[in-house]
Design a protein around this ligand. Sequence first.
Ligand code: SF4
Length: 72
Amino acid sequence: MGYTVRIDKNLCMSSGRCVLDEPDAFRFDDDELAEPTTGVTELPGERLNAAARACPSGALRVFMDGQPLQPR
Ligand code: SF4
């Protein structure tokens, strides 16, 4: 199954960190809230984890086989 990425748009504060650091994997929607792109599947797990750790609001989380890798 592998990694899945979820962004809780209710928590995203539009910092732009994920979009700046990994522009092939994340983008802003029309409301300037982050969302994953299809490119997110190409990103290695360590970079997904780095993006999640750098998210200032905890909106971006990575799951391995359904289990969250970042505690909340
Ligand atoms: S790093 Fe987090 S808060 Fe910033 S844009 Fe991405 S999901 Fe939103």
